[in-house]
Design a protein around this ligand. Sequence first.
Ligand code: ADP
Length: 428
Amino acid sequence: SEVKKDSKLMHIIHVTAEMAPIAKVGGLGDVVTGLARACLSRGHRVDIMLPFYECIQREQIDDLTLITTYNSYHDGKWIPTHAYSGTVSGIPVIFIEPSHQFFKGQHVYGGSYNELEAYLFFSRACLEWMQVTGTQPDIIHVHEWQTGALPLLYWDMYHYLSLQKPRIVLTIHNMEHYGECRQEQLNMCGLDGSLYATFDKAVDDRTVGHNPERLSLLKGGIVYSNAVVTVSPTYLKETLCSGWLSNTLIRHRDKYVGIVNGIDTAMWNPSIDVFLPSKFHAQNSEGKKLCKYYVQRGLGLASRNHVPDTALKVPLVVCITRLVAQKGLHLIIHAIKQVEELGGQMVILGKAPDSRVESEFEGLVNLHNQGPSIRILLMYSEELSHLLYAAADFILVPSMYEPCGLAQMIGMRYGAVCTSIGQLNPTI
Ligand code: ADP
């Protein structure tokens, strides 16, 4: 397709904790990859800077090459750090790998290292890399609390060194995570934490009487960025009207905008999706039936004796989500009963970061997975998620609140009706 060229082409570097599909936990990873691809297709130069998590599968990276070895500061020491370049799904990525415990482990989050310290290190290591390589993008685009210290480090340190050109954009994907940080933790990245312990800078407003010890990296990021974006105009209004960050956001209203997320239509395209046994699109959805039957057979929801047509008549409800309170856990559990009673089928694909939630759902697995209509898969699987969106008649999204939400958009792209629980059964 023709490349649309904007009149002012820019160099944009995303600094992020997640990137789909190699280091994705939720929507953040999807949005970073999708936005990078959209800007590349308009002719901008785009790079993504990502921690080189141990869990990243190297075979998913094309042209992985060591490009720079340098030292980056952490807690009084300079840590030898490798920067690699590579391409993921057509997008240039720079991987930052410190010789340290940071980012080791089987998952993106929840390793045995201190996460806050790791992302403080990463935020500085990205600026340090730009400094040592003389890379000056037009925009440094940071995301969430993990990279919230970067704007502080930029304006109060690296801008006085050699980085002059970049301006900083912060996107807030979910205000729930605020990056709680003590002054002495902020000291670890080389800033003087006490200088940020004021109401107009990074002190955490939720602490009664403004406990100057407790800071929020997200708030600091809002104050120090040139522009702050959130993932929908509605969420922008919600966050201005309520929540502990509302005062800060109102003070910075002029630079705060809500832009609705979209999905990466290259990654999420049922007419070419490599994970599907049969492709389909809006003009010809025959292939969707095959995907549904494939899932039903694979999960034991249709037996060998079933005629496909009989199995296909049963409505299939799919729910793909991080299993956290925000996503309406009690409503998901309620939906299981409703779907069963109404004679439908349901598949849940979810991962619970909290062990209590996990064991609650393990109980449901034991209760339902041998039965005829419900399957609960407690794991993260990119491949299965594609297959399930394609198989679904309904995508269930019963979130308590949703800054934007991608699951319903992906569902629609794959020909599924998206629903909150009330619509499954009008009596609720
Ligand atoms: P959030 O960002 O709050 O997690 P979104 O709806 O914006 O919610 O995005 C969630 C993304 O993560 C979607 O792409 C969804 O398919 C994916 N996802 C969530 N849980 C899983 C899982 N267990 N396995 C695979 N993909 C998942």
